[in-house]
Design a protein around this ligand. Sequence first.
Ligand SMILES: [Zn+2]
Length: 252
Amino acid sequence: MLVPFLIVILSACWGSFLNVVGYRIIRGKTVLGRSFCPNCSQTLSWYDLIPLFSYAYLRGKCRHCTISISVLYPMIEALTVISFFVAYYQIDESYYFATFVFFSALIVTIRTDLETMLISQWTTLALIPAGIFFSFADMISIYPLNSILGAALGYFIPWAIGMIFYLITKKQGIGQGDFDLMALVGSFTGVLGVWATLLMGSLLGSLIGGIYLFLNGSLRRNIKLPFGPFLAVGAIIYTLYAERIALLLLGS
Ligand SMILES: [Zn+2]
């Protein structure tokens, strides 16, 4: 009973920290220092920084200036708790650390892309050597060659898709950040991971994006949705259920 409970508490706190990293990394600020309200600059007390609960009892508003706190905070905290909780049961113990690094990078990416439509290269490209290192050190389940190929294809495939899309529609459907993100995904999950993530990311994107556009009225309006969060969630799902998804995609 104690271990699952600890995982929930610790990953909620970690998710809270990832929010701060996401918020600050994209603005080029240090991740150290006390948390403050971005509107009134008041330093926040520890009791206003309790993951999930603070948002609920403050009803999503700053205690000092009552401006709305982004719903991204509890969302990211909940996503961190769910991913780490499932990972604890699904992932082989020897892969825990690498999975922890990978998921943390993906969750920060989700936060920055949802908030600013930007993806930091610090949480994507910069971590590709780590993915390749983990594959050499047997800290992830793929071979080094698969990790290196995954990173290369992860970058190239979405780039090529984007290029074709651009030539046909003259619109940028997929951006630099998505190539960087998929290269990271490839270095941690290999070639099959890239394929599965692109597949699931596109499915999730069309499904949730479709519902979002439907709820927001006209389908003709040119609302831009970031693609990165769908890819990142796809990568998390793939990592958690890699064997089952591989079986599904490749047959037995
Ligand atoms: Zn405030």
